[in-house]
Design a protein around this ligand. Sequence first.
Ligand code: ATP
Length: 267
Amino acid sequence: MLTANERNLADKAAGGAKLLVDLKNVGKVYPNGTIAVQNANLEVTEGEFLCFVGPSGCGKSTIFNMITGLTNHTEGDLSVLGTTPFQARKQNEIAFVFQEHTLLPWTNLLENVTLPLKLRGVPKKTRMEEGARVLELVGLKDYMKVLPRQLSGGMKMRVSIARALISRPKLLLMDEPFGALDEITRQTLQDELLGIWQKDKSMTVLFITHNVFEAVFLSTRVVVMTPRPGKIAEIIDIPHPFPRDEVFRTSHSFSDSVRAVSGALKH
Ligand SMILES: Nc1ncnc2c1ncn2[C@@H]1O[C@H](COP(=O)(O)OP(=O)(O)OP(=O)(O)O)[C@@H](O)[C@H]1O
């Protein structure tokens, strides 16, 4: 017997659009009484790139944590990859990238990026092949034997992205990954991330940023949140086609979208 939510997912799939994440009136009240998220409704289909923007403390990370099953939702219905967040995480189809690179300092890049496979008992030969594949994807294949401390901040972020990609995730969640980087490095990584995302049409990315320019450059849609208690104020389509490049960054289409997102943030 299917629940209403499962039926809805099946209907969507039959219609061609595969629903990956579905929030229906989702809310989160922490045990100390903090209302972090209220009445959030959002449908994310396969292959989208969604950015979340909103003031500090509006519940962006809480939404990510609920989607990944790191914290439970206290109201509404939430399904991820057609199942509960907890089950979805167990299927190894979700990966995260955080602002802090969280690399193991005592071991080289190849060992760092292949760690998720090692923890799952994947044989060494496959691990090494997959490690080489993802380090090449992020432009670091010549650095396999290097230790993290020998890398710049941008390179460390590339390693974190490679480690997330090694599981070939269907859903990649990135919580302010480029927040600590200088502007030039940040733009280079934005270009590279879009390149990786475009190569894998089925990978869906959810990305938190405080930077409206970054959100517009990367997204198919931008989710704008209100101050606490966090609600989704508006979801704005960024209609500009991919691939996107410097021409887009200086276009009217770009500034129109930046204006729309900035306007929604002020409401
Ligand atoms: N474990 C927790 N227990 C109680 N309150 C929490 C907990 N985690 C977060 N909060 C509160 O929930 C609200 C939303 O926090 P959250 O980290 O989701 O916001 P955010 O939009 O990601 O913020 P930022 O942009 O600063 O990272 C904040 O008021 C925060 O203090």
